[in-house]
Design a protein around this ligand. Structure first.
Ligand code: NAP
Length: 280
């Protein structure tokens, strides 16, 4: 029996741990699949998806910078991907293409179950308004914090994101606001860096004054690239957490969507942390 094919598509993609995670999920759940990574030309996403489907691909993850380009290729889009206007998962069933976004539920599950932090009633700062931030804002609202401020380098992107989520925030009684990066007012119990700053080796894009003492400071990046942010957080009295748990949890939701089986994500996160510590 040939293995079902999956992959992650991105640019860059070399750093991705998704192949390792899905191989471990498959091993632990007895699923027969192969999961690779594909570096896609910046103007070649749609062709790459068509090519992968022609090769028999059953689904793919999508990472930087293609998350906004996936929905137009789908015949059906999940409500959460619709709200985010960004997708990190495609599933191929014959002629049908289903687009979803599991980043948000992955982040929410990691914060709640792996980090043990309950967001209800807290003040959150979400830094960034790209594909990843768009994917997490809905699930963060559903966790019912008191307030979420979305700060981004390009303020208009933060404004558009907040306007789109205003009805959901209203239903959950969550206050939403926007800010430029240099002008963030106040301090927050949870600060989430959803920008690509760590990936490009840039400075932490907000001042340390945003951190309440003991705040959870969360970077979407992981591994050595996240170290600058993690050190900044520790230096300013925050609890630092990188995006490895989110990566594993969003992958678990994608695996469930593709295979109908929920993998043991906490075990795989612990395995991956051990694997990365050995390799360091
Ligand atoms: P994207 O759509 O390209 O958006 C990039 C975001 O970063 C935008 O908000 C952009 O601001 C901002 N940005 C880039 N460089 C910056 C800098 N030097 N200073 C301040 N802001 C900067 O990318 P994405 O898909 O949202 O991904 C963002 C990051 O999240 C990537 O590092 C990605 O690897 C990571 N991620 C991790 C997981 C996980 O599971 N751990 C999941 C998804 C994504 P402008 O709008 O002003 O351009």
């Amino acid at each position: 029996m040939t293995a079902d094919l999956y992959c992650v598509m991105g640019n860059p993609v070399e750093h991705s741990k998704s192949p390792w995670i899905h191989a471990r999920f498959a091993e632990l759940t007895g699923q027969h699949l192969q999961y690779g990574k594909r570096l896609i030309a910046l103007d070649g996403f749609a062709q790459a998806v068509a090519q992968f489907r022609a090769e028999g691909g059953r689904g793919c993850n999508i990472t930087v910078p293609f998350k906004f380009q996936a929905a137009p290729l789908a015949t059906q889009t999940s409500p959460r991907a619709e709200l985010a206007q960004a997708c990190n998962v495609l599933r191929f069933d014959g002629d049908r293409v289903f687009a979803d976004n599991t980043d948000g539920i992955g982040l929410a599950n990691d914060i709640r179950y792996n980090a043990g932090v309950h967001l209800d009633g807290l003040d959150l700062l979400l830094v960034g308004a790209g594909g990843a931030a768009a994917g997490v804002l809905g699930p963060l609202i559903e966790a019912r914090p008191r307030r979420i401020v979305v700060a981004n380098r390009t303020l208009s992107r933060a404004t558009a994101l907040v306007e789109r989520h205003a009805p959901l925030a209203g239903r959950h009684g969550v206050a939403l606001a926007t800010s430029g990066l240099g002008q963030v007012e106040g301090s927050y119990a949870v600060v989430i860096n959803a920008t690509a700053s760590s990936m490009s080796g840039a400075e932490v894009p907000v001042p340390a004054s945003v951190l309440k003492p003991g705040a959870l400071a969360y970077d979407f990046m992981y591994g050595p690239a996240a170290e600058g942010f993690m050190q900044w957080a520790r230096d300013h009295g925050a609890v630092a957490r990188d995006g490895l748990g989110m990566l594993v949890e969003q992958a678990a939701e994608a695996f469930l969507l593709w295979r109908g089986v929920r993998p043991p994500s906490a075990q795989v996160l612990a395995d991956l942390q051990g694997e990365m510590a050995r390799a360091a």
